[in-house]
Each structure stands twice: as structure tokens, then as C-alpha cells.
Ligand binder design. Structure first.
Ligand code: GLU
Length: 450
């Protein structure tokens, strides 16, 4: 990297850190993007003159609010609710809600920032945002979750709308929560609109939305492999997580002829060398979505290995699909994956690899796709859900899946065109960041200093 470029990055990061010294995850996300786009900015001084970077890292608006609720015993708790409305240059704010005890402003700003570029890559008219709460849905009854969601929406409803800000799910927010949130929005506003995505099929949801993030990450990996004349057929695949993204990534890998050997949750991972087949995956889906149990129960049922408190990256595989959460692959684990022959990483989660891990993947010249490109399928189908809601029609499974596949292929092409080196190797991080950024930056320039 040229001296002037690294100086530019360093001084910009000093500025970011001085403003919000404790927002580590946000710094990490900004640093990754700034590293990719610095050469472009230095070649296009008009962007710098109009302070495009300073503006793009500053949320247009942040709302923080109190969420009081009572548990089944009548005990009152108070959680924090947030919505980060990051950027509306390309469309209304769009991004999920996360309910997890680790949620804070740094995490939500990193997620909202990533979302802006991800949404831009989908080529749909979507701005970027993110929200959530430090509420922990684990071990809560359905009624407790409902009361929490109602309290959360009672405040959030005044800040969102189908043409303003359209939340969806993320960690801890699935079909059940979206239902409770939608019900409360409709009750207060007295309107049935597409204000949330990830809705149930019978009341405005889209086919393929639950599958979209997982399928999309596999479609993206398939595109990367195709460029090298390879496919999923016969490949051993390690997946982390066992939520919505992991489940449907596993489903698509199985359909493509790969063998999924691991899944995990926050307590540990299972290793099934025989492969998680359709029947076993149905069990995982029932375990996680209906009985809401732990992945350990899979090992007890099928008699395979369970490693408590560990992540699956020590298991030998050809392809790794991190579908759990941020920073779940560190440098040591990245080195282990490479040593064991892993050649493809496609991120179903947001920022699951630490910067040191990404550095190892790049050094190893393997096929590595960052989340903002590889997991864009989820929000893309959310965008398609919004279109269907506006037109008041429902597309078929084939129609939506076909559009998802086309969008993932087009994101892959954009990454290749912006990230290809002279020797043919593609830096998908640079590709995704530059392609995502250019569109947002151009729109911001056209819209004046807003
Ligand atoms: N939370 C998902 C993401 O990280 C989906 C957001 C959406 O559908 O709006 O992209």
C-alpha cells in the first residue's frame, strides 16, 4: 500500500476513534471499508472535498428508548431499544432488529454501516439501518416475548413506516417476533402496510424470505467456485450457527450435493462426520424453531461428537460457512482452516471474521466472501417482499428464488469487476466495498450536503 494511502487511512481512523472511543465493532467495520476505498477517494478529490466519508459514517438519526415490560410473574424489567437510521441516499432505511444481551450502540452502528453497502449491492432501492434491544429472548415464554415486542413497538412505531424505515429480523428476531411487532404496529397506526419484512406468508410475507440469507450465501459460494471450475458436489462443509441462516445454508448445500458436518450454538458445536442429511436437518429445524432447545441434543440423538464451548473451525473441511455472529473466526482459527485445506469461505453472518482472520484468508489466496456481499440475499428478498406488498400481489417460490439467484450472481460480478487483481485473483472485500460505496456516494453527491 502506498504511503499516502496508509497515512490517509490512519488519520481518518484517528478521527473516528476520537469521536466514539469505545465503539470497537464500529471502528472495525469502518476500517475495513476505508482500507478498500481510500485509493478511490484519493483519485477522486471531489468526494473528499464534500466530506463524503465523514458524512457516510455518521448516522442520519439514532433513536434510543426505554422498553419496560413485565414477566409472567408480574416482575418489571427495563430494556433499551434502539434504531440506527444510517443512510437513506438509495431508499428508505432498511435493516433488521437484533434482540440479544450484547446489543449496544457500537454493535448496531457497525451493523447499520455494513447494511448500507450490502443494500446498495443488491441494486434495489434500499437505504440502510439497524436496530434492536439488549433483551434476551432465551428462556422467555411466548407471552413474555409478546409483551416485550408490544412495548418495543409502542415507541418504535412513531419512527418507522413503509416509506420511511422498514425493519426486519436478525439474531433473536424471527417469525414469532415479527408477528408480535407487526400486530402492535397495526393496532396503534390502524393501517395494514409492509412496514416490516419477514412477515408470515398469510399476512404479507414473501415466499423464500426465511430461506434467502442461507440460500444466498451458498449461491454466492457457488459463483466463486464456478469461476475456478468447481462446485459443491462432494465438498465437506463446516457451518456455524443453527438459526435461520445456518439452517437454510445447510439445506442448499445438501441440495447441491455437499456434505454438512458441523452446526453450532452459543454453548458448543456438533460434528457429524456422516453428514447432516435432510432428515437430521428437519430435526435441527424442529429443535431450534419449535422446541427451542440446544444443539447438544442433536449429538445425544444421533450419537455424534459434541464439543462444549468450542467453535467448529478445527474440523477439516473444503468450505466454511460462518452463519452465527460477528468475530467468530479469529486468526488462529483462520490458520487452522487454511492448514486443513479449506478453500472457500462465504459469510452468512455479519462480520464473522476478525481483521486478522481476513488477513490470513487473503494471504492464503483462497475464495473469501465478506458478509456484506455473501449474506445480502436476506435483505434482497426483503426488498422483494416490499415490492410485492406495494403491488399487493404474491410471487411464486420459483419467481422469488429466481430473482434471488440473479441478484447474488450480479453481486458476485460486481465484486469481480471492482476487486480483480492482474493475476486473476479476486479480493472480494475490496470489490464489495468499492462497488457498494460508489453507488451510495454518487447518490449522496447528487442530493447535496445532506
Ligand atoms: N438482518 C438481515 C441482514 O443482516 C436482514 C435485514 C432485512 O431483511 O432487512 O441483512
Amino acid at each position: 500500500m502506498e504511503k499516502s494511502t496508509s497515512k490517509f487511512i490512519r488519520s481518518f481512523m484517528d478521527y473516528v476513534k476520537a469521536r466514539d472511543p469505545f465503539q470497537k465493532e464500529f471502528h472495525q467495520a469502518v476500517h475495513e471499508v476505508v482500507e478498500s476505498i481510500a485509493p478511490f477517494l484519493l483519485n477522486n478529490p471531489n468526494y473528499n472535498q464534500s466530506k463524503i466519508l465523514e458524512r457516510i459514517i455518521e448516522p442520519e438519526r439514532i433513536v434510543q428508548f426505554r422498553v419496560p415490560w413485565t414477566n409472567d410473574k408480574g416482575v418489571v424489567s427495563v430494556n433499551r431499544g434502539f434504531r440506527v437510521e444510517m443512510n437513506s441516499a438509495l431508499g428508505p432505511y432498511k435493516g433488521g432488529l437484533r434482540f440479544h444481551p450484547t446489543v449496544n450502540l457500537s454493535i448496531l452502528k457497525f451493523l447499520a454501516f455494513e447494511q448500507v453497502f450490502k443494500n446498495s449491492l443488491t441494486s434495489l432501492p434500499l437505504g440502510g439501518g439497524k436496530g434492536g434491544s439488549d433483551f434476551d429472548p432465551k428462556n422467555k415464554s411466548d407471552n413474555e416475548v409478546m409483551r416485550f415486542c408490544q412495548s418495543f413497538m409502542t415507541e418504535l412505531q412513531r419512527h418507522i413506516g413503509p416509506n420511511t424505515d422498514i425493519p426486519a429480523g436478525d439474531i433473536g428476531v424471527g417469525g414469532r417476533e415479527i408477528g408480535f411487532l407487526f400486530g402492535q404496529y397495526k393496532r396503534i397506526r390502524n393501517e395494514f402496510t409492509g412496514v416490516l419484512t419477514g412477515k408470515g406468508l398469510e399476512w404479507g410475507g414473501s415466499l423464500i424470505r426465511p430461506e434467502a440469507t442461507g440460500y444466498g450465501a451458498v449461491y454466492f459460494a457457488e459463483e466463486m467456485m464456478k469461476r475456478k471450475g468447481e462446485s459443491f458436489d462432494g465438498k465437506v462443509v463446516c457451518i456455524s450457527g443453527s438459526g435461520n441462516v445456518a439452517q437454510f445454508a445447510a439445506e442448499k448445500v445438501i441440495q447441491f450435493g455437499g456434505k454438512v458436518v458441523t452446526m453450532s450454538d452459543s454453548s458448543g458445536f456438533i460434528h457429524d462426520p456422516d453428514g447432516i442429511d435432510r432428515e437430521k436437518l428437519d430435526y435441527v429445524m424442529e429443535l431450534k424453531n419449535i422446541s427451542r432447545g440446544r444443539i447438544k441434543e442433536y449429538a445425544e440423538r444421533y450419537g455424534c461428537i459434541y464439543k462444549v464451548g468450542e467453535r467448529p473451525w478445527s474440523v477439516k473441511c473444503d468450505v466454511a460457512l460462518p452463519c452465527a455472529t460477528e468475530n467468530e473466526i479469529n486468526q488462529e482459527e483462520a490458520t487452522m482452516l487454511l492448514k486443513n485445506g479449506c478453500e472457500v469461505i462465504s459469510e452468512g453472518a455479519n462480520m464473522p471474521s476478525t481483521p486478522e482472520a481476513v488477513h490470513e484468508f487473503h494471504k492464503g489466496r483462497i475464495l473469501y466472501a465478506p458478509g456484506k456481499a455473501a449474506n445480502a440475499g436476506g435483505v434482497a428478498v426483503s426488498g422483494l417482499e416490499m415490492s410485492q406488498n406495494s403491488m399487493r400481489i404474491n410471487w411464486t417460490r420459483e419467481e422469488v428464488d429466481g430473482r434471488l439467484h440473479t441478484i447474488m450472481k450480479s453481486i458476485h460480478e460486481m465484486c469481480v469487476s471492482y476487486g480483480k487483481h492482474n493475476n486473476g485473483w479476486v479480493n472480494y472485500v475490496d470489490g464489495a466495498n468499492v462497488a457498494g460505496f460508489v453507488k451510495v456516494a454518487k447518490a449522496m453527491m447528487a442530493q447535496g450536503y445532506v
